[in-house]
Design a protein around this ligand. Structure first.
Ligand code: IMP
Ligand code: MG
Length: 180
């Protein structure tokens, strides 16, 4: 792909960096209020949530540890494979932790449904799900996040951690991807 083609695929900005920053501040305060000084373990689902995680962890004031899990549901392009694979697991026993799952987007709901089931079976002290984006129109498995920053229509989006074919994760905003 050449640079012109790369840029042409960024159709329009859906959520600006400023809007994201503002929403993250609010989400950080909600988390602080919810845990009221108790320590938490923020668990980011890679790769998509790495940017959100980096900003969200700096918006909370309760003591926090961070952890990463890798779940893959999109093999390539914009089509969901329907199969969720945990390709990297947490490196600690979560039974002594208040878990806060940090996800980039809930689409069909399959990824979080599987991840939450898996983590709940390990008996954490509590479990809360925070998602940056929610595409409720595309749900296949019923799933609702405890904290959702933006609800978006059924569009394929890129930027702020979200990719198409591994590109565009570094855009500082959320944009609609031009699918032919
Ligand atoms: P779900 O399992 O269908 O809910 O999909 C969740 C995962 O699919 C997310 O963590 C993303 O990695 C990916 N995904 C879903 N929708 C989009 C999108 O619009 N752009 C980029 N990635 C997406
Ligand atoms: Mg993801």
């Amino acid at each position: 792909m050449d640079i012109k083609e790369y840029n042409d695929k960024i159709k329009s900005i859906l959520i600006t960096k400023e809007e994201i920053d503002e929403a993250i501040k609010k989400a950080g305060k909600k988390i602080d209020k919810l845990y009221d000084g108790r320590p938490i373990l923020l668990v980011s689902i890679l790769k998509g949530a790495f940017v959100f995680m980096a900003d969200l962890c700096r918006a909370v004031s309760v003591p926090c540890e961070i952890g990463f899990m890798c779940a893959k549901s999109y093999y390539n392009g914009t089509q969901s494979s329907g199969i969720v694979n945990i390709t990297m697991d947490l490196d600690k026993d979560v039974s002594n932790y208040h878990l806060v799952i940090v996800e980039d987007i809930i689409d069909t709901g399959r990824t979080l449904n599987d991840v939450v089931k898996l983590l709940k079976a390990r008996n954490p002290l509590s479990l809360t799900v925070v998602t940056l984006l929610d595409k409720p129109d595309r749900r296949v498995v019923e799933f609702k996040a405890d904290i959702s920053l933006f609800t978006i229509p059924d569009l394929f989006v890129i930027g702020y951690g979200l990719d198409c074919g591994e590109f565009y994760r570094n855009l500082p905003y959320i944009a609609e991807y031009k699918e032919k």
